[in-house]
Design a protein. Sequence first.
Length: 88
Amino acid sequence: MLEKTQADVEAQARERIELALGQAEALLDGEVDRLQRLAKVNPAVRADEITGLQDERCALLTVLPQARPRLDALRLIVSPDFMALRSA
């Protein structure tokens, strides 16, 4: 039972990770682009702000694929006829 659940959870996690990667990349690419365009017309935007955001983007896109689901809780239902449930 745990093996099947683990496989299902891992499949769902892969989908969510891919979605999160796409969202993070789109959001952070947009922010980097916005800051770069703003820096061309506003000298108050420092290069280290842009570099810091690019570093944050790189770090996030590196660690997101390494995310793994974990079992935090398990609820067991006890039945007087456990063997009957096992064959179902």
